[in-house]
Design a protein around this ligand. Structure first.
Ligand SMILES: [Zn+2]
Length: 316
């Protein structure tokens, strides 16, 4: 017997106002604004007594499915700070950026693809110098003129050691994945794994978002769960990618995520990240629209290949 189709709105009604969730989360001790007694700091949130338990449960469920229940994936906990050359080689110094426009009147800065009327632009349009005048975009705050988009790098930087110069720059990692790539040989040699195998990590990452928001959905400091699965390029990397998709869908559904609120969206060719051959975003229908929960990306041999060339280490 086929079950009756379930109306997702009946099961999980859309919340009209995100503020309702924010204030409930605070009242119940799930999530507090960071540094609240000083007025808070934009896009950083603290997990309270119940929030940390909930978050730990999610992390444990993911770790169980990705590491403990499999014999081809192992864990790793790499440092947040890494050799700055890692981020040059990975392409993040050159390409990990968002399109920034600035108002000539109030000097406010916006992410171009979050301005009203620019939400659905292609990646090519977002790099087009004439796009602001072509669409007649103005500042949402005061109607002032907006600059042409320029690329704004999303990595936080600091300096290591007592000298603050160009040579001492370090980056707060914007993803945990690079820790897995640079430790590939260490893990391979010490864990008795053979390719194909995976390395999983859970940890803090940092992105200096131009316009963070939607509560804990887009934060400047956040926790990631990432797993890199290594396959020889000539031995079915494309197939391994396809094999992961139903596994990831099943994981969400096993924990009660309403299937009709979940979709797998493939990136358009001009939307692909600098490292990706093919990319699927697992998106959830939040009260504020379809947003990415997880990315499944075929990065080819971009990372290991580049790190091998740049470091001189044989990573084969
Ligand atoms: Zn303005």
């Amino acid at each position: 017997m086929t079950p009756e189709p379930v109306d997702p709105e009946a099961v999980a009604p859309a919340v009209a106002n995100l503020d309702t969730i924010v204030s409930l989360s605070k009242r119940r001790g799930f999530i507090f604004p960071s540094s609240e007694i000083y007025g808070g700091i934009n896009a950083v949130w603290d997990y309270g007594p119940l929030g940390v338990e909930l978050k730990n449960n999610v992390k444990r469920a993911w770790w169980r499915a990705m590491v403990q229940d499999r014999n081809d994936i192992v864990g790793l906990d790499a440092g947040i700070l890494m050799h700055p050359q890692v981020w040059v080689t990975s392409g993040h110094v050159a390409s990990f950026s968002a399109p920034l426009v600035e108002c000539g009147t109030c000097r406010r800065r916006y992410r171009l693809d979050e301005l009203p009327g620019a939400e659905d632009l292609s990646a090519t349009d977002l790099r087009d110098e004439t796009i602001v005048s072509r669409l007649g975009l103005v500042c949402p705050n005061d109607g002032g003129p907006l600059s042409a988009p320029r690329r704004f790098n999303l990595m936080f930087t600091s300096h290591m050691g007592p000298v603050e110069d160009e040579a001492s720059i370090v980056y707060f990692r914007p993803e945990t994945a690079q820790g897995s790539y640079v430790n590939f040989k260490n893990v391979l040699n010490s864990s008795r794994k053979k390719i194909p195998f995976g390395i999983a990590q859970i940890g803090k990452s940092f992105r200096n978002e131009i316009s963070p928001g939607n509560f804990v959905f887009r934060m400047r400091e956040f926790e990631q769960m990432e797993m890199q699965y290594f396959v020889r390029p000539e031995e079915g990397a494309a197939q391994a990618f396809e094999d992961w998709l139903p596994k990831r869908r099943a994981w969400y559904e096993a924990y009660g995520v309403t299937p009709s609120r979940l979709r797998f969206r493939e990136h358009a060719p001009d939307e692909l990240a600098h490292y990706a051959k093919k990319a699927i975003d697992v998106e959830y229908r939040f009260p504020f629209g379809w947003k990415e929960l997880e990315g499944v990306h075929n990065r080819g041999d971009f990372d290991l290949g580049n790190h091998a060339r740049a470091s001189g280490e044989n990573l084969e």
